[in-house]
Write a protein that binds this ligand. Structure first.
Ligand code: UFG
Length: 329
């Protein structure tokens, strides 16, 4: 029996593939390679270049392989792009989930672990955010993922498809051997952009806004290491295998760092005097997003190994030093 990783050629998905292989599991990857990199997929996994909205092609994979459970990372995830092009997000993310759940049901595959997001909460009502807090997304990306969570809940009721939604906060870092890492085109995420400045690929990092309601005025996020994140997916798969009920869990470290603190941590991690400038705010950025991940720790038994952002950044820097041009090398 195999675990199917949808979006397994992407940043987080490719780390999940490594995590599953290290756990001794058989892995099948489906990715349309629109964002993913073929070279990111470990050669021990079986690879299909398929778009999950292509029902016939996806069904063929389920017919070919003995799939036990699905881990679903295949989605667009850039907030400002989603505001400009909402239908792209509802098509790829939300409509893609319709096809996936149909195919799963038709092939009697009843377990799914799903990449959800802190963006489903919108502006938090209190910090740290709990799973039971209201979900009122403020951008189409968050809305598309909330709709996907709701679709899974109804599919559970109708067909008994059990799900775990993992609501990620800010994911960063790379596997410690530096074999795979974060490589987006265009890059919009903070840590890789800071490291581009460290590597001399851009003259400085622009820090978006210094007038937020936070101690130093820069907005605060909760950074979690990608291998800790994928470890939580492994625990979620086991949780479903043990027959537990569907559930949602936040994945974060419970500690917030401001953009300015992240730049300081990156200077420490790289030893480079990274230049930073203050720029205008970016649209749609809440002041603070910090997770309460108590439930993941207590129910899933999740124990993140990285509790220091400089250590997280060091692993990302190792990947950058080993692959200065990302997957182009
Ligand atoms: N930032 C900068 N300069 C940059 C890039 C980012 O100052 O060049 C700041 C942002 O304003 C924000 C922080 O760095 O305060 C993190 O920004 P990212 O773009 O790295 O991440 P986001 O917090 O916007 O979004 C991420 C994921 C989303 C997810 C969200 C949930 O990309 O998919 O976390 O917390 F929904």
């Amino acid at each position: 029996m195999s675990v199917l990783v949808l979006g397994g050629a992407g940043y987080i998905g490719s780390h999940m593939v490594k995590q599953l292989l290290a756990d001794g599991q058989e892995v099948v990857v489906v990715d349309n390679l629109v964002k993913g990199h073929r070279a990111a997929v470990d050669s021990r996994a079986k690879f299909y270049e398929v778009d999950l909205r292509d029902k016939a092609a996806l069904s063929a994979v389920f017919e070919q392989e003995q799939i036990e459970a699905v881990v679903h990372f295949a989605a667009f995830s850039i907030v400002p792009e989603s505001v400009a092009e909402p239908l792209k997000y509802f098509d790829n993310n939300t409509a893609g989930m319709v096809t996936l759940l149909e195919v799963m049901n038709e092939h009697d595959v009843k377990q799914i672990v799903f990449s959800s997001t802190a963006a489903t909460y919108g502006n938090p009502v209190h910090i740290p955010i709990k799973e039971t807090d209201p979900q009122n997304p403020i951008n189409p990306y968050g809305e598309s993922k909330l709709m996907m969570e709701k679709m899974m809940a109804w599919a559970d009721q109708a067909y008994g498809i059990k799900w775990v939604a993992l609501r990620y906060f800010n994911v960063a870092g790379a596997i410690e051997d530096g074999s795979i890492g974060e490589d987006h085109e265009p890059e919009t995420h903070l840590v890789p952009i800071i490291l581009q400045a460290a590597a001399g690929k851009r003259p400085y990092i622009e820090m978006f806004g210094d007038d937020y309601q936070t101690p130093d005025g820069f907005n605060v996020r909760d950074y979690v290491h990608v291998m800790d994140l994928t470890a939580a997916h492994l625990l979620a798969l086991n949780y479903l295998k043990e027959g537990h009920d569907s559930a949602a869990f936040n994945l974060g470290s419970a500690t917030g760092f401001s953009v300015k603190e992240m730049v300081a941590a990156a200077r420490e991690a790289t030893g480079v005097d990274i230049q930073a400038k203050v720029g205008p705010r970016r649209a749609g950025d809440p002041d603070i997003l910090v997770a309460d991940s108590t439930a993941a720790r207590e129910v899933l038994g999740w124990q993140p190994q990285f509790d220091n952002v400089a250590d997280i950044i060091k692993t990302a820097w190792h990947w950058v030093e080993m692959h200065p041009n990302g997957y182009e090398d």
